[in-house]
Design a protein around this ligand. Structure first.
Ligand code: UD1
Ligand code: CA
Length: 452
């Protein structure tokens, strides 16, 4: 697709959200609404994207970041006026998509169909429409008896007869840049709302002798706009269903799709099973034959194959094949956990590498540590990584055995094959194959009870 640009309107306030956050920055499965629209536009072939900002412009720009241009609409004088502010984007030849920042369910595939239809028919402009049950509030697509497009009329400006029409204007268009530029010079704000309506460009382009048509979206959900928290939840539920459906089609078992949330960038291998309450966020990658959940949150992490995680939280970490996490484990950022590892109940791990076949089965904290292979942590081990000012690193070499209730005061090293005695507070390195004991010896006071 050559020379395709996109303009996304996002200057409105969105008062019905009742929010401090600008409407288009509200998230649907972890990504802002305007972010979803940008991804769909780029996926459909838009090489450059311009977002028109107005209400809380600086906040919106900062949240969107790099990779797009911005145009400022200081006063919201209508959708046509908003497009005029992106003047640099409607110069010269080629086509321009115009989209809204509050329609997160628009897909790359639907935009591709719009563009393909527009180009094949050589239209001056093609508007995306949809047939809906309740068209109240929307602009209506008015056609003649043969079905030819005549105009798009706003609900507030429509006659009783026009209001009966159920084909609505989605607010999304593919324009010939030249036709759009010229038409914008010919629209007025002489209407009920006193706004410059973008839909008025359709008639203006038609009156110049170019063909104009509406393409009906196959799935009317694609064009749903979000104006309130209730609609935000509805859009989230639709997107959740779509994403879950795609993963099930590709070989993932989801026990209860309504209670499983998979963000758009997540990848999952075949024959993985997701139990209810699973939330997979960010750029998480999950291998094959894993069992995840119930009630597990995984963010930006990479799980290899046959990993099992139950009732746990995993953040920004890697977990090797055949490892088992949980129940009730907390894997904090920057952990690299090997293969056949067991991280059991009430174990917290942070900024640590853990070798293969190592086990921390219960009630343990491992922070800022390099842990080797085949190590056993007794119950209640604490890596004391923080002295109140600085964090230090602990090293435990292969085949070491850490006795129950050991405190490892960092920085400290337990060498290969060494043991620590249960209840020890280890402040010095333990040599290879040695036993480190650091506790007071037991004393028994005989017949103590009698003398009491
Ligand atoms: C618009 C269409 C209507 C269509 C409907 C689909 C117009 C005049 N009407 O109506 O035909 O059926 O969308 O949802 O276009 N915006 C700006 N600057 C402005 C005005 C709006 O950036 O000056 C942005 C808003 O932030 C919003 C979008 O454009 O994202 C739509 O504006 P809104 O006022 O909600 O238009 P509708 O009345 O819904
Ligand atoms: Ca709207």
């Amino acid at each position: 697709m050559e020379n395709m640009r996109a303009i996304i309107l996002a200057a409105g306030e969105g008062t019905r959200m009742k929010s401090k956050l600008p409407k288009v920055l509200h998230k649907v499965l972890g990504r802002s609404m305007v972010g979803h629209v940008m991804v769909a536009a780029k996926g459909a072939g838009a090489e450059q994207v311009c977002v028109v900002v107005g209400h809380k412009a600086e906040e919106v720009k900062a949240a969107i970041g790099e990779g797009v241009s911005f145009a400022l609409q200081e006063q919201q004088l209508g959708t046509g006026h908003a497009v005029m502010q992106a003047d640099l984007f409607i110069q010269g030849e080629g086509d321009v998509l115009v989209l809204f920042g509050d329609t997160p369910l628009i897909t790359e595939a639907t935009l591709q169909k719009l563009i393909a239809f527009h180009k094949a028919q050589n239209h001056g402009v093609t508007v995306l429409s949809a047939i809906v049950e309740d068209p109240t509030g929307y602009g209506r697509i008015i056609r003649d008896e043969q079905g030819n497009f005549i105009k798009s009329v706003e609900h507030k400006d429509a006659s009783e007869e026009e209001r009966q029409v159920r084909e609505i204007n989605s607010g999304m268009y593919c324009f010939k840049a030249k036709a759009l530029k010229e038409a914008l010079q010919n629209i007025t704000n002489h209407n009920v709302q006193g706004e410059y309506y973008l839909p008025d460009t359709l008639q203006a382009i038609r009156s110049k002798g170019l063909t104009v048509n509406a393409l009906v979206a196959e799935d009317p959900q694609d064009i749903l706009g979000v104006n309130s928290r209730v609609q935000l939840a509805e859009a989230s539920a639709i997107m959740q269903k779509r994403i879950n459906h795609k993963h099930m089609e590709e070989g993932v078992t989801i026990l209860d799709p309504a209670q499983t949330y998979i963000y758009p960038d997540v990848q999952i291998g075949i024959d993985t099973i997701l139990y209810p309450g699973t939330v997979l966020e960010g750029h998480t990658v999950i291998g094959e034959d894993c069992i995840i959940g119930p009630n597990t949150r995984i963010v930006n992490s990479h799980l290899h194959d046959k990993v099992e995680i139950e009732y746990s939280v995993v953040l920004d970490s890697k977990i090797g094949n055949h490892s088992h996490i949980g129940p009730y484990a907390y894997i904090r950022p920057n952990c690299s956990i090997g293969e056949h590892v067991k991280i059991g109940d009430f174990v917290e791990v942070k900024n640590a590498t853990i070798g293969n076949h190592t086990k921390a089965s219960h009630l343990t904290y491992i922070g800022d540590a390099d842990i080797g292979n085949h190590i056993n942590f007794g119950c209640g081990t604490v890596v004391v990584n923080y002295d109140g000012e600085k964090k230090h690193r602990t090293i435990i070499e292969d085949h070491a055995f850490i006795g129950c209730n050991t405190n490892l005061i960092s920085p400290v090293t337990v060498k290969q094959g060494a043991y620590t005695a249960a209840g020890s507070t280890i402040t010095e390195d333990v040599p290879e194959n040695a036993l480190g004991i650091a506790r007071v010896r037991q004393m028994n006071k005989l017949e103590w009870k009698k003398k009491k």
